[in-house]
Write a protein that binds this ligand. Structure first.
Ligand code: 5GP
Length: 195
């Protein structure tokens, strides 16, 4: 109304590995304009087909630790024997353009974002049940049975953090879950009172 660009919202999307966050996010980005997924950095090796600057910024441990020392991360965490972190400048650039920025990050990082950016919107995606999660991880075929058990244990720990998030989306039916995410994003754009 006054000619200045509305600063975009910061949205955190978390949930156990295998819950379908990537599929949800891809569907969401097709259905809502003005939303971008933020590129993040990691020290884990690229998986087949993954590209630097597209899937992640793949950094060495030395580079990552230098970025930490230089205060370049909005948040960072160690997860599954690697570092993962969100470069602050990427988030700021998009928000300044009025774009809503989605961070697809694990829960330790999500809680750090909450501390540093109190107005951030935290959305937790849960599977319909742990049994469904087990089936999905098995069907994906990328993990050994031991790795699947490990992911399920991590998932149980992640679920304990859920009460600290703002919104809960159950990924039982893909289209319904995407609709709900879209509704949350649109409602948050219309919000007047911010605590
Ligand atoms: P993956 O190795 O499977 O790509 O990712 C492992 C986990 O790290 C996923 O839950 C993913 O969402 C999370 N992750 C990706 N980037 C970041 C980040 O910048 N910060 C944090 N805290 N977690 C991240």
């Amino acid at each position: 109304m006054n000619g200045t660009v509305r600063r975009g919202n910061l949205i955190v999307l978390s949930g156990p590995s295998g819950v379908g966050k990537d599929t949800l996010l891809a569907g969401l980005l097709k259905r809502v304009g003005g939303v971008v997924k933020c590129l993040t950095a990691t020290t884990r090796p690229p998986r087949e087909g993954e590209q630097h600057g597209v899937d992640y910024l793949f950094l060495s441990v030395e580079e990552f630790e230098r970025w930490i020392a230089e205060g370049k991360f909005l948040e960072y965490a160690r997860y599954n024997q690697a570092y993962y972190g969100t470069p602050l400048h990427l988030v700021e650039e998009s928000r300044a353009k009025g774009l809503d920025v989605i961070l697809k990050i694990e829960v330790q990082g999500g809680l750090q974002v909450r501390q540093r950016v109190p107005e951030a919107i935290l959305i937790f995606v849960q599977p319909p049940s742990m049994e469904v999660l087990r089936q999905r991880l098995t069907a994906r075929g990328t993990d050994t049975p031991e790795q699947i058990e490990r992911r399920l244990r991590i998932a149980e720990e992640e679920m304990r953090v859920m009460p600290q998030y703002d919104y809960l989306v159950t990924n039982d039916h893909l289209e319904g879950a995407i609709d709900l995410l879209r509704a949350i994003i649109l409602a948050e754009r219309a919000r007047i009172r911010k605590e």
